[in-house]
Design a protein around this ligand. Sequence first.
Ligand code: PRX
Length: 655
Amino acid sequence: MESLSESPSKQEIELLPYGEKYHPYHNKYVDFWRQSLADPMRFWDERARELVWYRTWDRVLDDSNPPFYRWFVGGETNVNLNALDRWMNTHVANKVAYYWEGEDGTTRVLSYRDLFREVNKFARALQDLGVKPNDTVTIYLPMIPELPISMLAVTRIGGIHSVVFSGFSPSALADRIVDAKSRVLITADGYWRKGKVVELKKNADEGVRLAEERGAKVDKVIVVRRLGNQVAWNEGRDVWYHELVSKYPENTYVKPVPRKADDVLFILYTSGTTGKPKGIMHSVGGYMVYVYNVFKWNWDIRPEDVHWTMADVGWITGHTYIVYGPLLNGATEVMYEGAIDYPQPDRPWQIVERYGVTIFYTSPTALRMLRQYGDEWVKKHDLSTLRILGTVGEPINPDVWKWYFEVVGRGKCPIVDTWWMTETGAAMIAPAPGISLVQLKPGSATFPMPGIEADVLDESGKPTPPGVKGYLVIKRPWPGMLLGVWGDPERYVKTYWSRFPGYFYPGDYAVKDEEGYFWLLGRADEVLKVAGHRIGTAELEDTLIKHPAVAEAAVIGVPDPIKGEVPVAAVVLKAGYRPSEDLKKELIDMIRTNIGPIATPQAILFVSKLPKTRSGKIMRRLLKDIMEGRPLGDTTTLEDPTAVDELKRAWDEFK
Ligand code: PRX
């Protein structure tokens, strides 16, 4: 096996004219990837040995009880050992860990040493509050340094964090507190969003109230003072973060609690096709090994790099590429609090210029939005420090890819399109300039990462011929894979391992071309990607039917030029209720308070019936055809064909 340090990419990455047939290092990558699959246990064993462990593993992979694969069994470690402690006796200690910028222009710079101190003080504080190994702590924080600090403090003492995106509603927060059985919540007074104060503590209070109504018991709410806005205070339950940590001396040291490699590191909730969001569990050892390596491979990370993932830590992208990936690699990361076009559409480019960002990672939605404002905003800034650009979250349109490559990257930066999901821990199909760069094709995520074997199958489970669309599958376990679904092992088996037995099923359409490149084509199920955020249509439908006026609801995703897709709801009212603008507003408000503003439907269409088969199944395909203006296929199985005309009329009226 070729060692990573000798890989050609350690030389300067060359200019990448993507029209050229082959990149000079193309085959190097493909060879490396092949070798990784030839002896995967040795491959992952070597990768894991680059990190610090309290005890090395007895076996790289325990596959005796599939699909409950367990990595590095017998091994013991703590992610803090590798993300913080091991840097303390090196030059990295004084290196910048985070350049933080608030939306209002406030800045903070934290070195690895600063971070280490903060984490230790807070870890001790959490211990003194009674948090024990395996306790879950819910973190509902905006994009401020206390978010990674809290995550690390919790994992340092052997706890499990569950981060809830700060844009989620009190009700969504409550569901997650209840499901995770958290007795401690970490939140903030407020934060800036598009120049307005978001009163987060108010949402947190309401979330805790609802959680307790739903059976939870929250003992402590720790509040970070970000804005100094007025907050309600619950004596005995609420504590200020700054008052808590100031009790401890700067040199407070808490030994990172040894954790088994297959213990739970964190839970992160994500939407599926049915029911409430599920708690995806990631492991202490496997996640750490995978994320450390993939971060290095994706970004060819070097000591002088300034990496910026323009995403929220409330999503997996932030967990992996703002917190654990950079820190495990001793890299410098940028963290930005606010809206990407506030106060002006060049905010991201200003940040790139200010901190000398070398690697920039964002979503196609953000790029479509920024492109729409015009190239002048980009060209106003010196972006010459950039050397690699990344994208994640949804398929990237080839024209957006080219704009990114040419206008933002000045034709000099490879585009690292990373396909992955909450469940996979880190990128699965993506270029890996840290090993060696393949020839890129605009819109393709290229090849699987080392150690990953992927394929595209048809309905019956046979590989599709080149160019034919099918279902993406991952054909063997990998260290970054989820441990399971919190509290619901059956759902884990059913969702991911039953569609094609023996293979992991992500739920995406894909196509492989003649040269083996993977092209990801979006979700194959009832999950939407709205501005890159994952939203289950079932969640929206379940919310809508809670309204006393609603008899039935069907939600589908409709293409949107900026957000990729947006939800549209068709609603049937109960007898005695009439459609009205007020009712529409009530339904939209319900979604906003039950889930959050990101799930707001673009349209609510009132109809007297939904197109259903004779057996009573809603024909979503028809709904989609109508709204995307496609000719309707076979409608003979419809129970009542007039349902289609009515829907068409309602949709035309809305447009
Ligand atoms: O449909 C795929 C899409 O995002 C889904 C996973 O969403 P989530 O768990 O929220 O994680 C997003 C960030 C990793 C996938 O099932 N997706 C993600 N990245 C890409 C993508 N689709 C196409 N191309 C990508 N690069």
